[in-house]
Write a protein that binds this ligand. Structure first.
Ligand code: CO
Length: 292
């Protein structure tokens, strides 16, 4: 995080000097036309299959806001590095915003494609605030992640219920894998599970890196004598966690842990952004940001 800040500060210093040169040269000052852009920001994924998911989001955004150019940024340094090794260049939010400033955008809507207001979102928020303070754009706004209000919770519950695996019978569990975080917003996963279980008691949400973990979910399944479970990622894309930690064959995967406990598992490797209902929520948050 420290390094990320240093990079951001360095980028701002560059701008300040560029802005000074521009002011000196009298450039831009008389330009009055607005140039609006959208920056979609995701954690990112190095899996080739994730690109189709990102393309789907891009298509929906382009259909909803035609004529507004759409850019992408990945918040994960690790994934950007990995992709760079394969010859694919992806911007960080700082670099993408710097580029848009350089290209003369005056109004930018940054849309978080994260699930909750966790650490990744908080850092993005700080980046946007820093660019606002810098004043290079006339307007810069940030759209909320997927689960940001009770209304979002309600829409997520409806979307999950409307997209349950077709072959799933009511006695079978649906176990969703959220990412999880040390950030207090982690509590959203259990809150969402509570609201889902009011409608369908056999839907569960666990997390890889937060609470509740798979051991807790396993105990709940065993207490209800559930013999079969469908495993679904509850992350924007079905990436590494979904393919390996959830559905992988290794000892510690959710599939292995539940199978050893006598629960038959079937996995569906589709991320939240593969479902229209979830994309609708992100797109509506972008709309709210654009009209702010
Ligand atoms: Co992770």
């Amino acid at each position: 995080m420290h390094k990320r800040w240093m990079a951001a500060v360095a980028v701002f210093c560059l701008f300040l000097s560029a802005a000074a040169v521009d002011a000196f040269a009298g450039a831009h000052v008389s330009e009055s036309s607005e140039k609006t852009g959208i920056l979609l920001v995701t954690f990112g994924s190095s899996m080739t299959s994730a690109q189709a998911t990102f393309d789907h989001i891009q298509k929906r955004v382009a259909e909803t806001y035609p004529g507004i150019p759409v850019r992408w940024a990945y918040t994960s340094r690790m994934i950007r590095k990995k992709l760079a090794g394969q010859g694919r260049h992806l911007d960080s939010p700082e670099t993408a915003l710097a580029g848009m400033m350089e290209e003369g955008y005056t109004r930018v809507a940054v849309q978080s494609l994260h699930m909750i207001e966790g650490r990744e979102y908080q850092e993005l928020h700080r980046t946007v605030e820093a660019f606002r303070t810098l004043g290079g754009f006339r307007k810069i706004v940030l759209g909320k992640p997927l689960l940001s209000s009770q209304e979002d919770m309600r829409r997520c519950v409806e979307t999950i219920l409307a997209n349950l695996p077709r072959e799933r019978r009511p006695a079978e569990a649906v176990v969703m894998m959220g990412h999880g975080t040390e950030h207090p917003s982690n509590a959203i996963y259990a809150a969402l599970m509570f609201q889902l279980q009011l409608r369908d008691p056999n839907i569960f949400i666990g997390t890889v890196e937060g609470y509740p973990q798979i051991d807790t979910i396993k105990e709940l399944l065993l207490a209800r004598k559930i013999k079969s479970a469908w495993l679904l990622p509850f992350m924007s894309v079905a990436g590494d966690h979904a393919h390996n930690d959830m559905a992988g064959g290794q000892q510690g995967s959710w599939k292995s842990i539940l199978t050893r406990a006598g629960v038959r598992c079937r996995a569906i490797l589709k991320g939240a952004a593969d479902y229209e209902g979830f994309v609708d929520i992100w797109v509506s948050h972008l709309g709210a940001a654009l009209s702010r």
